[in-house]
Ligand binder design. Sequence first.
Ligand code: GLN
Ligand code: ZN
Length: 764
Amino acid sequence: MATTHSLGFPRIGAKRELKLAQEAYWKGLSSRDDLIATGAALRAAHWRVQAGVDLAPVGDFSFYDQMLDMSFTLGNLPERVRGFTGDTLDNYFRVARGRSAPGAGDHAEGCCGGVAAGEMTKWFDTNYHYIVPEFEAKTEFQLDPSRLLAQLAEAKAQGVKAKPVIIGPVTYLALGKAKDGSDKLALLPRLLLVYAELLAVLAAEGVEWVQIDEPILVTELVPGWREAFERAYAALNSGKLKLLLATYFGALKENLPLACSLPVQGIHLDAVNARDEVTALIAACPTDRVVSLGVVNGRNIWKTDLEAVLDWLEPVARALGDRLWLAPSCSLLHVPVDLANETALDPEVRSWLAFAVQKLDEVRVIAAALRQGRGAVAADLAANRAALASRRVSSRVNNPEVKAAVARIDPALGRRQSPFPQRAAKQDLRLHLPRFPTTTIGSFPQTAEIRQTRSQFKAGKIDAATYRAAMHGEIERCVREQEVLGLDVLVHGEPERNDMVEYFGEQLDGYVFSQFGWVQSYGSRCVKPPILFGDISRPKAMTVEWISYAASLTDRPMKGMLTGPVTILNWSFVRDDQPRSVSCRQLALAMREEVLDLEKAGIRVIQIDEAALREGLPLRRSQWQDYLDWAVECFRITANGVDDETQIHTHMCYSEFNDIIASIAAMDADVITIETSRSDMELLDAFDDFKYPNQIGPGVYDIHSPNIPSEEHIVDLMKKAAERIPAERLWVNPDCGLKTRQWSEVIPALTNMVSAAKTLRATV
Ligand code: GLN
Ligand code: ZN
């Protein structure tokens, strides 16, 4: 009874081995064979770790992204890389990362060897980004099962009980973009032929179960897409193998009857987020169907309350018998690999946590308790009970003063002194900026030396004075470079920050840090979300010293750089013992103190990044407004205590704003910088004159790609922007921070950007 399985395992490796291998390969420091070998070694290691579950995923590993893998499996390559005759893996990376033309090619063109990167966007409500499949009316698909077959062969050779994992056709289509505006659904029949072929190939390999991920089922389906599900699964039900339809990240709600009606052999439900639906799902499912329940949270790092799970699961298990499968709620891609490596973590807090490896062990314990009775795992259950009890009563978690401050929050805290037009006039007088002012989003290249200095300091190998001097040196370099480039509003460059959230978390009470708690964000980019475990407070100023030093080096306006409360929240592992909104208000009060301290120190432009505001949106629209209301309230609490003359900026990346523009406007930042370059300024449609009243810096080049934008390209984009927004309200900036780039890329790119601004001043 109760087959256990895993929907997916983190691919980056416990010590980010994949990242190191990818980056070495991209830099030409290692061979293709080295990279391939690292991939194989990681897969083998991950299957070994998953040996405790009955079925392990195959095909969840990726050299960049699982959606891009699927595009290659389906032969859906963008036109611009189709003629490529070189190595397939290189072509794959061309789509993932883009490629500059040798010479001065324009970054969006396919000429002269340059290739634009595929658009990237967030995977549901996670901080993982996938490469958006591109479609056109004429798109044809062609199966390439080689990746899956090779991994399947490896798994078999290792004796793994393999369950291939693929993205389902409806989710694949729904998450893609029709480049020519055509109807994506028209492609479904063609797409299904290739899916059917793929399943036949897997069946011929002796595969019994395939996990077919359709997380789109937890969102509100647009008309036409329910029928797409019906058609798709009727077509894929060949009887040759069994399909486990995997849904995760939320409840099925109105799609539950649809999901249950599809001719598949099993269905996976996220029983953490949709526990309430378990009974309805079982009632609606045909009695021969496997019901897989995700009972361990695949999105957070807290230990599961095993006995509480068993309390509700035992009767369910008795009813379902062999039809019950157990798993984490979703792929473990979204949690760090192994808590065992966290030797430096506070032992008490550590005892409350579970990473991927530990979560699979929780699944094992739950299954064992169901199979053999709780007595068989009494020691595991007792340890779990003790850990949870210590967390509940810990005085480190509960700080009465913070709770009282949150209770005292008053709407006046979130209001500026005057409306935007009056503030803008005062800020003009103070800042004296030209039209089309230029700025950057905050970070400058994080060179190997910077990283090394930071890690030496952390490891206690250099003292505080040495560290400070080194960072001052970096800040000075950055300020000088910006002066030479001729930028208008400067930044200090963020050399002291490992990560825009971790940096603040480290200085706030209520947070702890892992050493190896990395989670993939996109490609080789990993983040190490801090762990928000207790009530939040700010013992002392966090950024004032660095920013003031930077400001002292120049006459130009220096922009102070902070991360906003909503982003800190959304990029942290947060508490599961209080609502997110409460944790966010605590963060807002702490960050407000920092804003006011910066202002006191004479910093008159302050950027509060809310890069992750949009991604915190609940998956269902019906729940959006509630989230937006408290998110905007929190931003306003943080930002709006300043004088009229102080200019508040905010920054958001990868955001689509159409549907949330009223809330973005309600944040009332004086300037917002946004990601737009990859979408050719289309995103700005949301910001036209009527809907967004304040100033806007639409990102003019894609910092995720090494491509250097040409001046003409930037001028062109800004002219498009000026068709939508009055020129007086436009800023010129890249579309995100430059930390992942190299100086050799940044200098020419910003040189072109600054000359573009000059051209614009003269011509628009
Ligand atoms: N200020 C941050 C930086 O430049 C913003 C990063 C982000 O929005 N992701 O790195
Ligand atoms: Zn950004």
